[in-house]
Every structure is written in C-alpha cells, then in structure tokens.
Design a protein around this ligand. Sequence first.
Ligand code: THU
Length: 132
Amino acid sequence: MHEQEIDWVALKARATELMERAYAPYSQYPVGVAGLVDDGRVVGGCNVENAGYGVTLCAECGMISELIATGGGRLVAVSCVNGSGATIMPCGRCRQLIWEHGGAECLLETPRGVLPMDQVLPQAFGPEDLEA
Ligand code: THU
C-alpha cells in the first residue's frame, strides 16, 4: 500500500484511543499503538505495566497479539503515541516485533515523518536469516 493511501489521521486517532486505556501506574507513561493490516483490519494495543517492572508489556505486544489472534496478515502501517498525543518511536524490541509481521516495507509514523521499517531498523535480523 502506498503512503498516500493510508489514513494516517484515523490510525493515529485509534492509537490515541488505545493509549487512553493503558495501564501504566508505575511509569505514568501511557502508550497506544495502531496498525493497519493488508486486508484492511486495524489492530492495536496499549502498554500494560506490572509490579514486577520487567514484566511490562509494551503497547506493540498487544497489537501483535491481536494481529495473530484475529487471523494474522501483514502490517502495512503503524502509528504509536504517548500520553501527550505525540508520535513516538517504538522501542528496539518492538521494532523487531513489527519487523517480523510487516517487514522492510511496513511504514511507520515517526517524529521525523513516515519512514519504512528498514530505515528505522537497518540490517534487521529476520525470518530469512534462519533459512540461510
Ligand atoms: N512503551 C511502550 O509501550 N512501547 C514502546 O515502544 C516504548 C515504551 C511503554 C513501556 C512502559 O510501560 C512505558 O512505555 C515507559 O517505558
């Protein structure tokens, strides 16, 4: 899908709605994310923290879980926001999660504009490395 065909405003609005449901009592840093799937579905998630801080689930974990639980497919566009409604970068681990299900061409809304995943996770390790 081409960047211009993606409704980035709607995608970010969905991410913002989900951010409002975050469970982030420890960091007070709610995050929401929404992803457009190649069949038109929109999946998403919010961060879910835990008293065992390291057990925290990033918002992207929920999004990927919904993606797979609702039938899979490829992510074509992703938008991630914080509690101020600002676009944020997924953490390194979550870029890897997005890579697995969206690959190099998946578009990510970033504070520097829309970028393909291979620009925000260069030389990524991926499924094809296991086949080599
Ligand atoms: N967080 C996410 O949900 N996704 C990211 O990509 C960055 C960080 C959450 C984890 C934690 O609950 C809070 O933001 C502060 O790190």
